[in-house]
Design a protein around this ligand. Structure first.
Ligand SMILES: [Zn+2]
Length: 290
């Protein structure tokens, strides 16, 4: 082989390698980046000790009978903290109160305002519309979805039946590819500021039983969204941050998780609204601004 031939061969081989790397990179960026992002997003531990126990004496609390909690003065009773999964299904009576966002979509009235805030922020920051691809589903509709989609979950076990979950995309970036967009990555890092969590992170699959869904946002309200985001935990693990019946401080909030077994809940005395939500796992979350 002459020297020129050898040089030519090396050049051709180098070009082939560069082309292959280029094609592979383009493929990864277009179709598989969501996996890489989801994987790297899971590296590193979350913050611990975010909530600290509050020593409350009887004078700072009052008791309300659970049968009267929905109509108690100064109390906002909701389903915001419902845990819904295969182990914690909803009953047929668990029908949420929803409001229409547009012709096709409704969401829980509790999530409505903060969802609008999130959409406005995306619009003003990126000049793009966050689009809804799925929102509230009735139990009947979820049963139909389950029959027609091999990836769907049975009726009673979908968060979409609570009206607290929304699937979003931007134009050209549906489903998994949502995270390939700058809006998708911003939403992953900032939706907690609007009370939403990425409900099914790639690193949480063992606990949630659901694959990574960067498009599925779940409303849990402040301060829960912020604590879950910063702790890097799933909703399944959230209750483990609280010992039953105790009160905790997080920023300007007081939070407590109680079993309600006595038939009563202990609420903090405050001039602010006290939020109460059952968690569909045998307990109640109670929270308020101090
Ligand atoms: Zn969804």
């Amino acid at each position: 082989m002459t020297k020129t031939n050898k040089k030519g061969l090396i050049t051709v081989a180098l070009c082939a390698v560069i082309l292959a790397v280029g094609l592979l990179s383009a493929y990864i960026i277009r179709y598989e980046f969501w996996r890489i992002y989801g994987f790297f997003d899971g590296i590193g531990k979350g913050e611990t000790g975010l909530v600290s126990e509050l020593a409350m004496d009887e004078a700072e609390t009052y008791r309300v009978n659970i049968s009267e909690i929905r109509t108690a003065d100064g109390v906002s009773f909701s389903n915001i903290m419902w845990l819904v999964n295969a182990d914690h299904p909803l009953s047929e009576e668990d029908v949420p109160v929803v409001a229409a966002v547009d012709d096709k979509n409704s969401v829980s009235t509790y999530a409505f305002y903060d969802l609008q805030r999130l959409f406005s922020e995306v619009k003003s920051k990126f000049g793009k519309d966050l689009l809804l691809t799925s929102t509230y589903r009735t139990r009947e509709y979820q049963a139909w979805v389950y029959e027609n989609n091999p990836f769907a979950v049975p009726a009673g076990t979908s968060e979409h039946e609570t009206g607290l979950a929304v699937d979003v995309k931007i134009e050209g970036y549906p489903q998994k590819r949502f995270i390939n967009s700058n809006v998708g990555r911003w939403v992953a890092k900032n939706s907690y500021k609007f009370g939403f969590i990425i409900r099914y992170p790639m690193w949480g699959q063992k606990l949630t039983g659901v694959e990574y869904e960067p498009w599925h946002l779940r409303y849990v309200s402040e301060p829960h969204a912020e604590i879950i985001y910063r702790s890097k935990i799933t909703l399944e693990e959230y209750s483990s941050l609280y010992d039953e019946g105790k009160f905790y401080a997080y920023g300007e909030y007081i939070i407590s998780r109680q079993s309600g077994e006595s038939g009563e809940l202990v609420l903090p005395k405050t001039s602010n609204t006290v939020c109460v939500s059952p968690d569909n796992a045998g307990g109640y979350y109670i929270w308020a601004k101090r």
